[in-house]
Design a protein around this ligand. Sequence first.
Ligand code: DQA
Length: 145
Amino acid sequence: MKILVVHGPNLNLLGTRETDVYGEQTLDDVNAMLSSEAEKLGAEIRTMQSNSEGALIDAIQDARGWADAIIINPGAYTHTSIALRDAVVAVDLPVIEVHLSNVHAREDFRRHSYIAPVAVGQIVGFGADSYRLALLAALSLERSS
Ligand code: DQA
């Protein structure tokens, strides 16, 4: 199984950004953990991060050519981007939305996701483990299809 992992805006600052909320692990740490988990589970992952909405959309569109599923943390675009949601719908791949923090326990504006209604599911609040759980969820989707 091939999985695209998409990290949205400001996630390049993990490890230094609001560490009380997002933890001490850097994005490289998260990606390394995911690569090693994926290898153990026999999956292939490709990771990308961008602060730009257009680049995220390009990556999602490109996944149509090679990926079986997408794991995405859209960062703040979760709460604002109809364009990202349209891209998710357009590629017709299973998408799992991930957040490090529990967005439902924070400011009201973080409770609304444009992506959640078009995702298979949402995993939030487990720090870097949210991504690991999403990987397991993606693999279980493949098994049940
Ligand atoms: C986040 C939650 C978003 O609300 C926020 O804008 C982020 C990170 C998370 O992983 O918890 O940038 O997606």
